[in-house]
Design a protein around this ligand. Structure first.
Ligand code: CUA
Length: 181
């Protein structure tokens, strides 16, 4: 083996570390520690990334649970370009929201100030639940059911954007949550 400009001292690992290199290594180490600390800190202080309970499921089981939820609380109304059912669960009830290529199904109607238990899963591969403009983010993967509590504090129409790239229809994967007073 050779190189165009071999080092003058071949046993370079025996040379003392240059000050500037030590400085860089220290900076990287300190920044790494800051970032590591930020993960638990931001989880507690930041309100965007919810701590979800996570359970094992299967796409088939989750689809069945979501279908049962829709059948039970269907308002009979539909919304959006695909005429998805609008489902209004009772206050304090469970909400099932299913991610799939490239939809969030169904459309949910909630009451402002009431607390709901959200259940999220995916039928195919990884999607991201990003509730806008509240900026709440939950990663949604198949075979796992993510559960968290959510209390809408404002009435209106909220979008659920997919924030994990999931293929050619990713940018069209927009769900809707309605909140009524
Ligand atoms: Cu689903 Cu991106």
């Amino acid at each position: 083996m050779s190189s165009l400009s071999p080092p003058a001292k071949k046993l370079w690992w025996n040379e003392p570390i240059h000050k500037s290199e030590l400085l860089w290594i220290s900076l990287v180490f300190v920044w790494g520690m800051v970032m590591t600390f930020m993960m638990p800190y931001w989880h507690v202080v930041g309100k965007q990334n919810l701590g979800t309970e996570t359970y094992g499921t299967t796409p088939k089981a989750f689809q069945a649970a979501t279908q049962a939820f829709v059948d039970q609380y269907d308002t009979g109304r539909t919304e959006g370009p695909k005429n998805f059912p609008v489902v209004a669960p009772p206050e304090g009830g469970d909400v099932y929201l299913m991610a799939r290529l490239w939809d969030w199904w169904p459309i949910v109607e909630l009451k402002k100030g009431a607390t709901y238990r959200f259940h999220l899963s995916s039928l195919d591969w990884q999607h991201g639940f990003s509730l806008q403009p509240a900026n709440i983010n939950v990663q949604v993967v198949p075979n796992y059911e993510h559960v968290f509590s959510l209390t809408p504090n404002a009435a209106g129409e909220f979008s659920v954007i997919c924030n994990e790239y999931c293929g050619i229809g990713h940018h069209l994967m927009i769900g809707k949550i309605l909140v009524v007073d």
